[in-house]
Design a protein around this ligand. Structure first.
Ligand code: ATP
Length: 372
């Protein structure tokens, strides 16, 4: 592990911004911290950089406890949304600034800067000033400048936030390519789930100061650990139920008057617990007849249909009043549909997962009150 966050909490007065974060970041991986505004991801990044100190716990870098080490003595570099290039200096001099101040031999500096400008594909722009570059090019200069000293990790705080959507998407792929090419650990903070899915080897999803799940994009998307993660990453159909009989890694549940089985990935769930069945819209199949065999199914009524180009987005309501969303593609053999039509929504038993029901706000506040 290049970075270890050991039971780290950060309090500002009474407010807990980061609550017992405990995870490691592997050497050479693209690691993202993802979550809504205020969830504590920037504070966590700032503790890795050294701009904040943990209230408790330990930050380790390359096996050393650096919790009390100032930022400039840590072998990490940070790229912010505002890249703050030196406007009076050329691209070359901006990138050479770091190595010059660490007294790297002159010949080696020129070599390193040229290599890094090639990595970010700006070799032909070395003599330009930052004002003569586009936003994306300036961002790449900032990256080259941060990477030229080969830090143990590069920390990036919403670095694409200032770019327009098209450029942002291009830069996402570009960043990933650069990270692979230099092999340096990237720790990337974003509130954009698509951005995190596109670029990361692993993602930490944060909510209200807590890390809710860490996993690969596929794990987080297909096997979310909590209702929050399921809803934050993509669209999630959530069908309320209670855990029924358990056996061989599965649970039997009853929802909207139908019984079916769901893989049990959360080992803490026991019979009788309130839960939700989570199915992604693209895993729902719609049909006129009740499917049999290894499919779970609920009866629904169409409430809305929206043309979205490649798919038709179909909003449905189960007989128990749960709203669902499904995608209808060209391969679905269905007649002309209208709101009010009855359809069976079904899914492969293994396409769903069972999550603990999120506490309602009322319950949450009672729990908080009762702990005082
Ligand atoms: P955003 O995407 O909006 O930047 P974030 O997830 O990065 O959000 P943080 O910047 O880590 O969130 O902030 C987490 C919480 O801690 C917020 O509620 C914020 O108001 C609070 N906070 C951050 N820094 C301070 C500070 N210096 N003093 C008091 N509260 C702070």
């Amino acid at each position: 592990m290049v970075i270890e966050i050991r039971r780290v909490s950060k309090r500002f007065g009474d407010f807990v911004a980061v609550d017992e974060a405990d995870f490691g970041i592997r050497r050479g991986e693209f690691f993202s911290m993802l979550g809504p505004s205020g969830c504590g991801k920037t504070t966590t990044l700032r503790m890795i950089a050294g701009f904040e100190q943990p209230s408790s716990g330990e930050v380790r870098l390359d096996g050393q406890d650096v919790s009390r080490v100032p930022p400039y003595k840590r072998h990490v570099n940070t790229v912010f949304q505002q890249y703050a290039l030196f406007p009076h200096m050329s691209v070359f001099d901006n990138v050479a600034f770091g190595p010059r101040s660490t007294k790297v031999p002159k010949g080696e500096i020129a070599e390193r800067v040229r290599t890094m400008l090639e990595v970010v594909r700006l070799a032909d722009f070395a003599n330009r000033k930052p004002t003569q570059l586009s936003g994306g090019q300036q961002q790449r200069v900032a990256l080259a400048r941060a990477l030229v000293n080969y830090p143990s990790a590069l920390l990036l705080d919403e670095p694409l936030g200032a770019l327009d959507l098209k450029l942002r998407q291009t830069m996402q792929l570009e960043l990933k390519r650069i990270q692979r090419e230099v092999g340096i650990t990237f720790v990337f903070v974003t509130h954009d789930q698509e951005e995190a899915l596109t670029m990361s080897d692993r993602i930490a999803v944060m909510n209200e100061g807590r890390v809710e799940q860490i996993g690969s994009p596929e794990e987080i998307y297909h096997r979310p650990a909590t209702v929050f993660v399921a809803g934050f990453i993509g669209v999630a159909n959530l069908i309320p139920t209670r855990v029924g009989d358990l056996g061989s890694g599965r649970a039997t549940v009853e929802a909207s008057g139908h019984r079916f089985s769901v893989p049990l990935t959360d080992a803490s769930l026991t019979t009788g617990d309130p839960a939700v069945v989570m199915v992604r819209p693209e895993r729902l199949h719609l049909g006129l007849a009740e499917p049999g065999g290894d499919h779970a199914a609920v009866a629904t009524t169409i409430t809305d249909l929206v043309f979205q180009g490649p798919v038709l987005r179909c909003a449905l309501r189960t007989d128990a009043g749960t709203e669902l969303v499904a995608h209808i593609g060209p391969e679905d053999d269905l007649p002309m549909l209208r709101p009010g039509d009855r359809l069976w929504a079904s899914w492969d038993h293994d396409a769903a997962c069972l999550l603990r029901a999120a506490p309602t706000p009322d319950r949450k506040s009672t729990r908080l009150n009762s702990s005082h």
